[in-house]
Design a protein around this ligand. Structure first.
Ligand SMILES: Nc1ncnc2c1ncn2[C@@H]1O[C@H](COP(=O)(O)OP(=O)(O)O)[C@@H](O)[C@H]1O
Ligand SMILES: [Mg+2]
Length: 239
């Protein structure tokens, strides 16, 4: 279970979260709604320990371990994955080496060039990613859809328990969005939890959620359980 309790977060001397509490149970999916500037990405960044986001009060714990006290290398082994609102390009780092490094760190392995190639190629094929991408710099010149697929590839090899999607629809055209949403749906399982941050409901057509929370000015102002979440989904998509 991922527990956020009374979390207050500051960035550049501005308080962006003002005492947020939420509980994420493994296997359930969640949706966090909120207007631009309400603090959604700040919450995601804090859960991923972005250095600019400082938790000044409150706690974040995963299965009773205090996340905020952990060292970066311990955190890397944790099972939280963030799909960024805007995915950064990393010059000078080949996709293949990036994937091999995170895989070895996550599973405490020492896969070689050859053995990791054997692991990664079937995943590329499944996702319809050209293997030439492996030898390109991470995300440099990749389209929005290709970047999202690379993130999905990371989810496949890291098998995180908590997958935070921060406005995954941003930068995607309708077709690319459908393809990405379909792939995400395939990853949904009782072993993982999606935390879907959005202000467009379309992604919820693909991923069913158990709870909806509304963030406003760094505070949770509404919280609905499964019944209301279902009603929202039904009314929106007419299922
Ligand atoms: N790195 C930053 N430096 C300064 N202000 C920031 C930074 N990140 C976020 N903020 C501010 O914090 C508030 C919440 O932003 P954010 O969490 O990105 O909102 P959302 O994702 O809901 O649109 C906004 O007012 C934003 O301008
Ligand atoms: Mg945001």
């Amino acid at each position: 279970m991922l527990h956020v309790k009374n979390l207050v977060v500051q960035v550049e001397e501005k308080q962006v979260l003002n005492g947020v509490s939420m509980t994420f149970e493994q296997g359930k999916n969640y949706c966090i709604l909120g207007k631009n500037g309400s603090g959604k990405s700040s919450l995601a960044m804090t859960l991923m320990w972005h250095p600019s986001y400082e938790a000044t009060k409150g706690t974040v714990s995963l299965d009773d371990e205090d996340l905020l006290e952990m060292e970066p290398d311990e955190r890397a082994k944790l099972w939280i994955f963030l799909a960024f609102q805007s995915i950064p390009e990393v010059k000078g780092v080949k996709l293949f080496e990036f994937l091999r490094t995170i895989y070895n760190s996550r599973w405490e392995k020492k896969e070689s060039f050859v053995s990791f190639k054997r692991i990664i190629l079937p995943h590329l094929e499944e996702l319809g990613i050209d293997k030439e991408f492996l030898w390109r710099d991470l995300n440099v010149g990749f389209s929005g859809g290709e970047r999202r697929k690379i993130e999905i590839l990371q989810v496949k090899i890291l098998e995180p328990k908590y997958i935070i999607l921060d406005e995954v629809d941003s930068g995607l055209d309708v077709d690319a969005f459908r393809s990405v949403a379909g792939l995400l749906k395939e990853l949904d399982s009782p072993e993982n939890s999606f935390i879907i941050i959005t202000h467009y409901f379309t992604i919820l057509e693909y991923l069913k959620v158990d709870e909806v929370m509304v963030l406003q000015d760094g505070l949770i102002v509404q919280q609905w359980g499964k019944e209301i979440a279902d009603t929202i989904q039904e009314n929106w998509f007419g299922e």
